[in-house]
Design a binder for this molecule. Structure first.
Ligand SMILES: Nc1ncnc2c1ncn2[C@@H]1O[C@H](COP(=O)(O)OP(=O)(O)OP(=O)(O)O)[C@@H](O)[C@H]1O
Ligand SMILES: [Mg+2]
Length: 392
């Protein structure tokens, strides 16, 4: 087990820069997830750590050792690829045992390790089969097993669950987390799936276009995304973005006015006519009026919210946080229902989650209450977070 440190790693392919300014240190034994959209450089970073790719510049350390010039097979890392490859002529058991055989580990230990790995990945009944007699998901688990059996210093996993069906994916994800807990091997896991990133990671590294956007633990990144890309990438359904113009102490969202909460106005000092992107997560939006009631979970039904809006009304601030929308799509998910709604006369869409028992149809008009205590403001051009303050 070892820590892994990247210092200003850059990789160019001819004149294309795939990754740059990549700097982070993963403490020994932690589980880190690299996440970002397709092409953002996740696999390139992982392959560079594995030694399958050479950094154009920068330093890479595994433990205390500078490994830029150490060949892949001497790095004591095990990698599971996006397109894993098993040895077709070997059985499942032989595939899992392969790395250990190469190292001339004692046969009895090999057998024990193969059995325990097979058990933890539900492969016991398949040990005598050849890869072509397995489903894609089973093959993927054998590839995982082969890496796990070696007990390397560092695990590098590149979308290892991508071929599994939804149920098996959830189960294997939980097994991986448990395995990591048991083995404590430093793990770097690549995915474009934000749910995998949130559920597995000690720390998440969010990447976009070859650059790090933010590093942090899942809850901090969710609560305090550094920019609009991170804000909309993590969370499902994603954060709503409402393009707005600042005018007369209000945000004008396509003709619909939202009064600016005093704490936001005090901090921001925006010039008149300034464009901004407002961000608000679906769980911070509520249906305003009966008969629809509030959205699903008990925490969203605190009477405080009702009292708040009543108070605003008494103070003549009834426009605070209210938005009228038309329902476009209704997606029941059982426990809750996802509503995609549109601002009348505009292309702006708002995602709202309501209780599973709320019956709505396309065309229904809704009054929404936005909990502006959870409002984000982003720079329209750079996407940087303007509010809440970055040091907050
Ligand atoms: N051998 C190569 N030659 C040229 N460009 C490359 C090469 N390998 C990767 N790239 C480019 O580098 C960028 C990063 O690629 P990379 O495979 O790291 O992305 P990724 O985040 O893993 O994407 P995905 O989620 O689709 O697997 C992409 O723009 C890709 O086209
Ligand atoms: Mg990739």
């Amino acid at each position: 087990m070892a820590k892994v440190r990247l210092e200003d790693i850059k990789r160019r392919f001819n004149n294309v820069t795939a990754i740059e300014d990549i700097t982070f240190e993963i403490p020994d034994g932690e589980f880190w997830v690299l996440v970002g959209p397709s092409g953002c450089g996740k696999s390139t970073i992982l392959r560079t750590i594995a030694g399958l790719e050479t950094a154009t510049s920068g330093k890479l350390f595994i433990g205390e050792q500078l490994v830029n010039n150490v060949p892949a097979r001497q790095r004591d890392v095990a990698m599971v690829f996006q397109n894993y490859a098993l040895y077709p002529h070997m059985t499942v058991a032989q595939n899992i045992a392969f790395g250990l055989q190469m190292r001339k580990v004692d046969q009895r230990i090999i057998q024990e390790r193969v059995m325990s790995v097979a058990r933890s990945l539900s492969l016991e009944h398949l040990l005598d089969r050849k890869p072509k007699q397995l489903s894609g998901g089973q093959q993927q688990r054998v590839a995982l097993g082969r890496a796990i059996a070696r007990e390397p210093q560092v695990f590098l996993l590149d979308e290892p669950l991508s071929n599994l069906d939804a149920q098996l994916r959830d189960d294997t994800r939980a097994e991986l987390k448990q395995l990591h807990h048991q083995l404590g091997i430093t793990t770097i896991y690549v995915t474009h799936d934000q749910v995998e990133a949130m559920t597995l990671a000690d720390k998440i590294v969010v990447l976009n276009r070859g650059r790090i956007q933010q590093i942090g633990d899942p809850q901090s990144i969710y609560a305090r995304p550094a920019n609009e890309m991170v804000a909309t990438f993590l969370g499902s359904p994603p954060m709503n973005i409402l393009p707005a113009i600042y005018r007369n102490n209000a945000f004008d969202v396509n003709g619909h006015l939202l009064a600016i909460p005093p704490n936001v106005a005090q901090y921001l000092h925006l010039p008149q006519g300034q464009s901004v992107d407002l961000g608000i997560r679906p769980e911070n939006i509520y249906l305003n009026e009966p008969p629809f009631g509030f959205a699903s979970s008990p925490s969203r039904q605190e009477p405080r919210r009702g009292l708040d809006s009543q108070r605003h009304r008494e103070q003549g601030e009834e426009e605070l946080g209210e938005l009228v929308v038309d329902v476009k799509v209704v997606e029941p998910l059982g426990r809750e229902t996802l509503i995609r709604a549109g601002l009348p006369g505009s292309s702006v869409l708002v995602n709202v989650q309501v209780g599973g028992d709320v019956r709505l149809r396309p065309g229904d008009r809704l009054s929404l209450q936005l909990d502006l205590n959870h409002l984000f403001v982003f720079d329209t051009v750079t996407g940087d977070r303007l509010y809440p303050p970055m040091n907050n």
